[in-house]
Write a protein that binds this ligand. Structure first.
Ligand SMILES: O=c1ccn([C@@H]2O[C@H](COP(=O)(O)O)[C@@H](O)[C@H]2O)c(=O)[nH]1
Length: 233
């Protein structure tokens, strides 16, 4: 089922049962869901089948980063399982991203392919330690432009960088932003954060939200509060 909602709920759970327990409280007409490394490593493709069977569009967030042929094959495998979106790491470089995009187009697969720029858990010091001597915003912009030139549909970035990416890459280029923190939620391990409303105002096209909903005392109350905030936007 397709939805106009920008919300993507991160199903970061240690088992298929736990993830489906949350999914069964969600409405595929009102959000998409994200399957990440923990859940996919534990449950494998069965989780994709189960979520697709419930009508959800799924973002498979495995952040592939390897040589071009390996990444292209992994992206193809994800797309052939019907996921709505899949991602790679932009720091894998132009040839890797081009190979992945070409593999999708050669096989007429319409899955959205996006690239992670700088993880939202990182700040300037973390980049410096890895040998990157520019600010997170500069590095994100550099990787967003490389991603667009490589033929991908968009990036994962912080909402703090969304406005600049929109200005340089355009409104159609997807800005998928984790690190979303409503005023009632803790930052946890996220560093570059923004509220849902501010993120949409800044140009985010999709908001990835995990713990503020999934670890809330009442997840549905937390989700309703976020939807109410966005409805007033
Ligand atoms: O830069 C990134 C890329 C991916 N993520 C993922 O998004 C969710 C965020 O969950 P929260 O609980 O809302 O922090 C999680 O699955 C991450 O793996 C990210 O946070 N930042």
């Amino acid at each position: 089922m397709a939805t106009d909602s920008p919300l993507i709920i991160a199903l970061d759970y240690p088992s298929l049962d736990a993830a489906l327990c949350m999914a069964d409280q969600l409405d595929p007409a009102r959000c998409r869901v994200k399957v990440g490394k923990e859940l996919f490593t534990r449950s494998g493709p069965a989780v994709l089948e189960a979520l697709h069977g419930r009508g959800f569009e799924v973002f498979l967030d495995l952040k592939f980063h390897d040589i071009p042929n390996t990444v292209a094959s992994a992206v193809q495998a994800a797309a052939e399982q019907g996921v709505w979106m899949v991602n790679v790491h932009a720091c894998g470089g132009r040839r890797m991203m081009e190979a992945a995009a070409k593999r999708l187009s050669d096989n007429k697969l319409s899955t959205h392919l996006i690239a992670v720029t700088v993880l939202t858990s990182m700040q300037a010091d973390d980049l410096t330690e890895t040998g990157v001597e520019v600010s997170p915003a500069e590095q994100v912009m550099r990787l967003a432009l490389l991603t667009q030139q490589s033929g991908l549909n968009g990036v994962v970035c912080s909402a703090q960088e969304a406005a600049q990416i929109k200005a340089q890459c355009g409104g159609e280029f997807l800005k998928v932003t984790p690190g979303i923190r409503p005023s009632f939620a803790e930052a946890n391990d996220q560093q570059r954060i923004m509220t849902p409303t501010d993120a949409l105002q800044a140009g985010s096209t999709h908001l990835v939200i995990g713990r503020p909903v999934t670890k809330a005392a009442d997840p549905m109350v937390a989700l309703a509060a976020i939807e109410a905030e966005l409805a007033a936007f």
